[in-house]
Design a protein around this ligand. Sequence first.
Ligand code: CNA
Length: 277
Amino acid sequence: SQSNKGSKPCKLDSIESLATALKQGCFSNIVVLIGAGISTAAGIPDFRTPKTGLYDNLDKYSLPYPTAVFDISFFRRDPQPFYKVAKELMPTSPQPTLAHRFLVMLNDRRMLRRIYTQNVDSLELAAGIPQSRLVQAHGSMTRAHCIECHAEHPIEKVREAMKNNQIPVCENCTGVVKPDIVFFGEGLPERFFTLSVNDLRVADLLLIIGTSLVVMPVAGLPEMVDDQVPRVLMNKEPSGDIGERPNDLLLLGDCQETISRLSALCGWQDEIQRQKL
Ligand code: CNA
């Protein structure tokens, strides 16, 4: 893929102009940044939506502060709240949403440079996004390791332990086992750092879906694109500094509805429906 530098950026001021630009093939290096809001329609609650978000529902765990549940030093002292929350949070077999399938369409049309996801549900892969196009910035629930000796522990055994309200422990050293999701106090995967600088340099559109843009360093990605590059936010509420640049477009509301409308404007809805089969 080439950099868009030098070519005239597409001007977007409405969902209609976004649809036109997509149909006309204006973009070949779309970078997508997604968060928990893209997966709420799959039955997985987000963190920060008032009332339904996880952080408003932690009273029963008597945590010192809400984010302690995902804090590595707290987990070392008491892994129980995390395992209780994880059990409640994850439906048994969540299905990719319309918005996930829309991203597959962008990839099929060779418009997609990369998806940066903060989600740990792997619904992007389930939808059919190739691993090479995806950066799981906060890891995933598909593998697990011992926090002491770092030996891998079969994820099926983690699921089994969770089902029985037990804490999975390492067979080598009896250390506590933790799924490979990035907790507060832990580093992001190397892949995030090696790919993000160049991806955001060559991006010709940044599409941000369902994220409050508060968790660094992912929340810093939107600042890294060139001033001229359009940044589109599909979220229930404004987030980050999106809206402050002349080429920003805010599409506020339910992202599934926004994407349904966008797909219709592009004439892609039949193809997206077929993907489900
Ligand atoms: P967040 O801070 O909970 O923010 C979610 C954002 O999405 C909020 O601004 C909501 O208003 C918005 N939102 C919720 N539902 C919709 C919807 N249907 N349409 C449009 N907007 C919506 O979550 P972030 O992802 O920003 O925060 C980062 C954390 C959340 C990451 O570390 C994730 O690992 C973590 N998380 C992941 C999952 C998952 O894997 N599905 C679930 C819950 C939390």
